[in-house]
Ligand binder design. Sequence first.
Ligand SMILES: [Zn+2]
Length: 332
Amino acid sequence: MKNDKSIPPEPEGFDMNICKLVEEFQSEEKCREYLEGLRWPKGVECPRCHSKEIARVKERDQFNCNACQYQFSATSGTIFHDSHLSLWKWFLATYMMLEAKKGVSALQLKRTLAVSYKTAWYLCHRIRNALREQNPLPLRGTVEVDETWIGGKARGRGRGYKRNKVIVAGAVQREGALRLQLIGHADRKTLHRFIHQSTAPDTEAIYTDEWPAYRSIADHDTRHETVNHKAEQWVNGKVHTNTIENVWSLLKRSIIGAYHKVSVKHLDSYLDELEFRYNNRKNEWAFRDALLKLVSAEKLTYEQLTNGKSKKTSDGAKNAPRHKTALSQAGN
Ligand SMILES: [Zn+2]
C-alpha cells in the first residue's frame, strides 16, 4: 500500500486540514488542552504571580494557584475569555481564514458557524488583529516595491488624492516576506519612508516601476532598478515587479470576491490578514502559529473596533499607529 499514487499528497505548507480539525478539535476540552499547551509549554503558570504551584480543578476547567489563591483557566486574560463563542468555533474560523487564499468574509463565517453577522464580524477582526506582525523583520536581498489604489476604478496614480480611495504600499522580498501599509500619498517622502521602514539598510536591490517618487532610493550598498510600465516593459532581465503585482491582484480579488466591500476604516486589518497568509505560505505550522498568536494577543473590544480605535492606535507608545496618516486622510 505504500506510495499509492492515486492518493493526492497533503497540501504543502499547512499543518491543518478540515478532517484533522474535526478529529483533533471537535470538543471544548480538546481545544482547551491545546491552548493550555501553547500558552504554557513548560507547565501551567499563575498569570498573576507566576508561581508553578498549581492545583487543577478539573470539573471546572480551572486552576488554583497555591501561592496567591488566584483561580484561572487556560483562556483567562486571553481574547478567548470573554467570548461567548465556543473555542472550536474560534479554531474553525482561524482555519478558514488561513486556508482561503482570498480570505473569508464575515458573511461566510456567519453561515458556517451559525452565529449572528455581528458575532462573525467581530470574530474576524479579533483574529486579524491577533495575526498582525508586531515586530516585523526588515526585508533584505532583492525587494520589489510598488503602490496601488484600492477602491473605485483601477489604479490611477499621480492624479492626487481621491476621497473614496486609499493607497497601499507594498514591499516584497524575492522568496521572502511581504510588508503592506496604508499610505496617505504616493509621493517621494512617503514612499521613501515606507521603503526605509520595511527594508534593511544594506538591501541589495530595490525594483520598482518608473514612478518618479522612487528616484534616488539607491545608496552605496543598495541598487535601484526600474521597469518602464508605460513603455510596456514588464520584465528587464531579473528586474520586474511581478511578485508585488501578484499580491495586488490577490488583494483586489479578495476585496471583490470575499469581502465585496471593505471599509477604509478596516482596510489595515485586511492587510494584516493578507500579510500573515502570504508570509506563512511555506510554514507547515501556520495553524499552530496562528493559534499561538491568538492566545498571546491583547484584547480588542467591540467598542475599540467600531470607534476606529483599535489596540494598535490606542497605545501609540508601544505600537506606532502605522496606518494613521492614511486613516485620517480617508476621512472616516
Ligand atoms: Zn498566583
